[in-house]
Design a protein around this ligand. Structure first.
Ligand code: ARG
Length: 440
């Protein structure tokens, strides 16, 4: 069934090609389509385009469809173009004339947009629950392993003393910044496009503020042309936020692969969390982290893919935009899975003690020796030369104490400050359950 069909049938190949993967991905939009439908129906009833009785019937039917979706029984029937057509079809099947009235004052263009925004809002929310769990775990591990020293490297060369406290905390703080980017994308997405219709508004006296309130949006995309332009742009903003998280995870994954390597041997995981080789009986491979790294690198390509999808589009709706779903939907799922796996692995990590006792790490303390000479009055450059010579002659002795006191150093992790920053950003997300009230 095509909502727009006026007589002759569409060529089968054209139909298959244009529907594409909507059959698959529109299912994820279905519950939001119902919520958008209820808000729209209430609004058009308020301007007398539906009677009270018609509205009641529509709402009752839409609630049924909502529960059908929640039970996993909702499908796009054979020949159905998209979720919007399926729901309108079901309404018309059960309510006849009344069902046919719901599409007044809107277009599928603002309908799919509002669905997407509600979907993205919920997905960001769920992503953040995952991120928060990982953040807390990282800080916990940072505290637990605060005294486990680790070589710090620059250029992959032994550089200065670091610690697992500092290492875990670094990724926690990285997530805290990533959260700020997600907050920006959430704020962008949290605006109502409904009422922009095909992209040029409607001559009906729509009450756009009403649907904005009903759906719990913070405000509107006011300009109808711009509202339509947020298609693709919203997905890209979220993808950019996700891309930062992905970059944090893929770096962490690389560190772990390195630290697990026998030359380093800093960290270990229980056998059941590692994978074997079909030929080498001794192998315990870090496949989980390698796949996190690979997936997260792919996720970082998503903003670029969306840029290429939308980059040559003028304003107005274009069918190209349909493909944004198949780009971003699987990426969201993948990122959540990567976070879950990172949590599972890091909960079970063991860290080698006394790593720095090995003589080869003595030079990590060269700067400390220089600093001690400076404290005794030697100018820095002279102290630097002096220590350099001792190292070259093979006479370097590592100093006993390493007094790091400043903020964010091995002796003063400032994890509480990092947590404060994270929580402050978290509190700025204007999450609300308003849209769910529509089906109560
Ligand atoms: N499946 C379409 C999409 O995702 C729905 C909007 C169709 N609008 C249109 N004018 N053909 O973009």
């Amino acid at each position: 069934m095509k909502l727009w069909q006026k007589g002759n049938n569409v060529d089968e190949q054209v139909e298959k090609f244009t529907v594409g993967k909507d059959v698959l991905f529109d299912i994820q939009l279905a519950e939001y389509d119902v919520l958008g439908n209820i808000a729209h129906a209430r609004m058009i009833a308020s301007i007398e385009l539906l009677t009270k009785e018609e509205l009641n019937k529509l709402e009752a039917e839409l609630k049924k469809i909502y529960h059908q979706i929640k039970k996993g029984n909702f499908i796009l029937e054979e020949g159905m173009e998209d979720v919007h057509s399926q729901i309108e079809y079901q309404l018309t099947q059960s309510l006849g004339e009344t069902g046919k009235k719901i599409h007044v004052g809107r277009s599928r263009n603002d309908q799919v947009l509002v669905d997407l925004k509600l979907f993205l809002r919920e997905e960001i929310k769920s992503l953040i629950t995952h991120i928060e769990r990982l953040f807390k775990l990282l800080l916990q591990q940072s505290e637990k392993f605060r005294n486990h020293l680790l070589p710090g490297y620059t250029h992959f060369q032994v550089a200065m003393p670091s610690s697992f406290g500092l290492w875990f905390g670094a990724y926690a703080e990285s997530l805290s910044d990533d959260l700020e980017m997600l907050l920006a994308s959430y704020t962008m997405v949290n605006k109502n496009p409904l009422g922009s219709a095909a992209g040029y508004g409607s001559s009906f006296p729509l009450n756009r503020q009403m649907t904005t309130d009903l759906l719990g949006f913070e405000s509107l995309n006011y300009n109808a042309v711009y509202a339509q332009m947020t298609r693709g742009k919203s997905e890209k903003a979220v993808a950019m936020g996700m891309s930062n998280v992905a970059s944090t995870l893929s770096r962490l994954a690389y560190d772990v692969c390195l630290y697990m390597n026998q030359e380093f041997g800093f960290v270990k995981f229980p056998d059941e969390l590692t994978t074997g080789s079909s030929i080498m009986p001794h192998k315990k491979n870090p496949d989980v982290f390698e796949l996190i790294r690979a997936r997260c690198n792919r996720i970082q390509a998503i903003p670029n893919e969306l840029t290429l999808l939308t980059g040559n589009l003028p304003s107005g709706y274009h069918r190209d935009l349909q493909l944004s779903k198949e780009i971003i939907f699987p990426a969201i799922t993948s990122l959540k899975e990567c976070i879950e796996m990172t949590i599972l692995m890091l909960e079970n990590i063991s860290i080698r003690e006394n790593i720095l006792n090995d003589k080869k790490y003595d030079v990590l303390y060269s700067v400390e020796s220089v600093n001690q000479l400076v404290m005794q009055g030697t100018p820095f450059r002279d102290a630097y030369k002096q220590v350099g010579e001792t190292i070259a002659q093979g006479n370097f002795q590592r100093p006993q104490s390493v007094p790091y006191t400043h903020e964010g150093s091995i002796g003063n992790l400032n994890n509480n400050k990092i947590a404060e920053k994270f929580n402050s950003t978290l509190s700025k997300f204007k999450f609300n359950e308003k849209m769910r009230e529509l089906i109560q």
